[in-house]
Design a protein around this ligand. Structure first.
Ligand SMILES: [Zn+2]
Length: 402
């Protein structure tokens, strides 16, 4: 069962393309699409698959190794198609742009400038390069810079593509030193309940609850409300540039805080034996929440996903696996007796209507998440829970005990 995995990450960047090179990249993605479609066409005609790469490469106005990657992808899709016995179904081809796949140092290149920027050079067409600077999340840029300056990370293939009309580059990197332990080999499961103003953690082992912690970040909620009001004001005053500035400031603030919180979660989890960090799959939860206003939706939207994401990759750097569970009833179920009722919960207070157990509601949810994590991913038993340790609260801002 010790099947640890190499740490592979896809880093997403926006391409800030020099001068008017953008149409060149777009043309290349269209060309990649026709290479893809041509591959499918030839395969369907019964042409020997071994000869397809050369045939397509001869006609495509693309760098050869890029064409090979596109052809491989198309044949891979064909293979799956065949397995599913849909071979005679109509068109498997598509319209529009297709990601331009490239090998590092063949189809694309990256370098670190003295100013700390990462520049790119993509061979969009033979002898025709698209150049510029990568932009994106600090965390992704950090990893990429590490990859460019040390042997710890290996840079692999990348895809250049258009997303909502913006040019992006998705770069695959592999950590050569760090492996992530298989999540099924864990001795402690840390349930993480992410809320608008805090995150509740419970570490559960075969022996019971090891510890529990609530990290409060009410200041994120507060600042987001404040920025929302300010943006609204400048919007009404028709100052779009100010609006964008505020949005940028808010994003940086929230991102910075969420990085801090996620570091805290990982640090805390690492004190336990072979931990696995478990989250709720919030895609489904979001759909089940009844949002009152647009602001509510915005407020709910951002931190959850970002925090989970930051936490999971920071954990991966430490070799700690993460896992996901279904979010149903995690906040309404009594962690001690299992009784489930909506009325059990009233804001941050939880009181079980069956066994009268009382608790901090978010902590209770984190226990339930850990329990689900054990059931789903571990081969050991959920311990019997008769009582829970006292809730410890810390503020992410000051890190003081309260
Ligand atoms: Zn109960």
């Amino acid at each position: 069962m010790t099947d640890s995995q190499a740490l592979v990450k896809t880093l997403d960047f926006q391409l800030n393309i020099q001068s008017d090179n953008e149409s060149l990249l777009y043309d290349a993605t269209l060309e990649a699409r026709s290479a893809y479609n041509e591959t499918i066409r030839l395969a369907k005609q019964g042409v020997d698959w071994d000869t397809i790469p050369d045939r397509v490469a001869d006609d495509a106005d693309l760098v050869k190794n890029t064409t090979q990657r596109v052809v491989a992808k198309a044949l891979g899709a064909m293979e799956n198609y065949y397995e599913y016995d849909d071979f005679d179904q109509p068109s498997h081809t598509k319209d529009g742009a297709y990601p331009l796949r490239a090998n590092y140092e063949e189809g694309y290149n990256l370098s670190l400038t003295d100013d700390g920027d990462v520049t790119f050079r993509i061979s969009a067409k033979p002898y025709n390069h698209v150049k510029g600077v990568l932009e994106g999340d600090d965390a992704h840029l950090d990893i990429l810079k590490t990859a460019l300056t040390s042997d710890e990370w290996k840079i692999g293939t990348a895809e250049a593509l258009f997303h909502n009309d913006n040019a992006e580059l998705h770069v695959n990197v592999t950590n050569t030193e760090q492996t992530v332990r298989d999540k099924q080999d864990s001795r402690t499961v840390v349930g993480v309940d992410v809320n608008e103003d805090n995150v509740a953690l419970t570490a559960l082992s075969e022996d019971g609850v090891e510890d529990t912690l609530v990290i409060d970040f009410a200041e994120i909620k507060f600042e987001r409300h404040r920025y929302f009001t300010m943006r609204k004001r400048v919007q009404n005053a028709e100052k779009p540039s100010m609006h964008d500035t505020l949005e940028g400031r808010e994003e940086r603030f929230v991102r910075d805080r969420l990085h801090k919180v996620s570091r805290h979660i990982v640090e805390w989890s690492r004190q336990f034996e072979n931990p696995c960090i478990v989250f709720e799959d919030l895609k489904e939860m979001r759909e089940s929440i009844d949002y009152g206003t647009r602001m509510n939706r915005r407020l709910h939207h951002l931190p959850f996903r970002a925090l989970q994401y930051y936490t999971s990759y920071k954990a991966a750097f430490e070799g700690v696996p993460t896992a996901w569970i279904e979010p149903e009833y995690t906040s309404q179920q009594c962690p001690l007796c299992g009784h489930t009722e909506r009325a059990n919960r009233r804001k941050k207070r939880f009181k079980c209507r069956s066994c009268q157990h009382q608790d901090h509601a978010d902590r209770g949810a984190s226990v339930n998440i850990a329990v689900k994590g054990i059931k789903k991913h571990q081969d050991w038993n959920v311990p019997a829970l008769n009582s829970l340790p006292q809730v410890r609260k810390v503020s992410n801002e000051r890190r003081s005990l309260s």
